[in-house]
Design a protein around this ligand. Structure first.
Ligand SMILES: *[C@@H]1O[C@H](CO)[C@@H](O)[C@H](O)[C@H]1NC(C)=O
Ligand SMILES: *[C@H]1O[C@H](CO)[C@@H](O)[C@H](O)[C@@H]1NC(C)=O
Length: 302
């Protein structure tokens, strides 16, 4: 249980001592108090401390505060109201026609993007070509393909990064989705999107790598993650098989979270991350790194 959740639990039950005790036990078993688990007496003394602290926790000092950042509805530069603003002003004196081209220019469909992390590959391979899927990786891709098929969605296209591991994963998934067009794309290759905050010591790409990959991965984001075109009549379901860094960066950008936070998330191999983009430009993350459809002994992360 995270600190945040524990905190919420505690806040939600101000005054209810039984629930406070439960929350405190949970917090304690997770080292929340920064101590080893002590004897019963010392635990009870901690509860006393907690309960004594309750009256001070008024809504005024534990309500989360907003950062004040608004949602940018024109994040993909396809917001029709932003596009037609200029025209509208010029046409101010013209008679209002609700069926004008302006109205027809509004997106109506929802886009669903299912981002799949490639499955496990041979890390000892030298260069991309040798980094082929392991036998477990091939099994994972079969499971992901079965899952996508079982979801029964009307997939429009299966796009994959041109790297070997993503291509292999996509081809295995493709067997389970007959008739869905396969496309390869260089923009989706793995890379270093932006220097992560906080920094990590085990992974330190050169500045030039961020400089090159960052622009490319941002280009991939702009190419694939946007609201539907006004001409699109029906909701769409697109599968993109790519890489953990690319997917995490996409999620941050799509949700308008700080992009440098991408490394705070982890994704299992073969997992499904599902973004929904409404015609209004609203974005929802339906699942992040879902791999619950894989038996635990098939799960891998790093
Ligand atoms: C992984 O790649 C290395 C280097 O090419 C190779 O020696 C090794 O046999 C490969 N392992 C597997 C399980 O394929
Ligand atoms: C999935 O794929 C490769 C290695 O096989 C790694 O780069 C990832 O971190 C991830 N994990 C595992 C264990 O496969």
């Amino acid at each position: 249980m995270s600190y945040r959740r524990t905190f919420k639990l505690l806040c939600g039950v101000a005054g209810g001592s039984a629930a406070v005790v439960i929350a405190a036990v949970t917090a304690d078993s997770h080292g929340f108090f920064g101590e080893q688990r002590g004897d019963v007496a010392s635990r009870w003394s901690r509860f006393t401390v907690l309960q004594a602290a309750q009256p001070a926790w008024t809504p005024a000092n534990h309500t989360p505060t907003s950062t004040g950042q608004a949602w940018d509805f024109n994040w993909d530069k396809r917001d029709p109201s932003a596009l037609t603003n200029g025209k509208k002003e010029k046409k101010e004196t013209a008679t209002e026609d609700p069926t004008s081209e302006q109205d027809n220019g509004k997106p109506k469909a929802t886009r669903n993007i299912l981002l799949i992390r490639h499955s496990q590959y041979n890390l000892s391979g030298v260069g991309d070509k040798e980094r082929v899927l392991t036998s477990l990786g091939r099994e994972q891709a079969e499971l992901t393909g079965l899952r996508l098929a079982a979801l029964g969605l009307k997939y429009d296209v299966l796009i994959h990064s041109s790297m070997t591991r993503a291509t292999e994963t996509a081809h295995i998934i493709s067997k389970h989705l007959p008739g869905v067009e396969l496309m390869s794309c260089d923009l989706l290759r793995e890379g270093a999107p932006i220097e992560p905050v906080p920094p990590v010591t085990h992974w330190k790409p050169d500045a030039v790598q961020y400089h090159e990959d960052g622009a490319r991965i941002e280009a991939a984001f702009r190419r694939y993650i946007h609201r539907a075109d006004p001409k699109q009549k029906e909701d769409s379901y697109e599968i993109i098989v790519c890489h953990a860094n690319v997917i995490r960066y996409f999620v941050c950008r799509a949700l308008q979270f700080p992009p440098e936070g991408w490394l705070r998330m982890g994704l299992n191999n073969g997992s499904i991350t599902w973004l929904t983009i409404r015609p209004s430009g609203r974005v929802a993350l339906r699942t992040l790194g879902d791999s619950g459809f894989m038996p635990p002994d098939k799960l891998t992360r790093t």
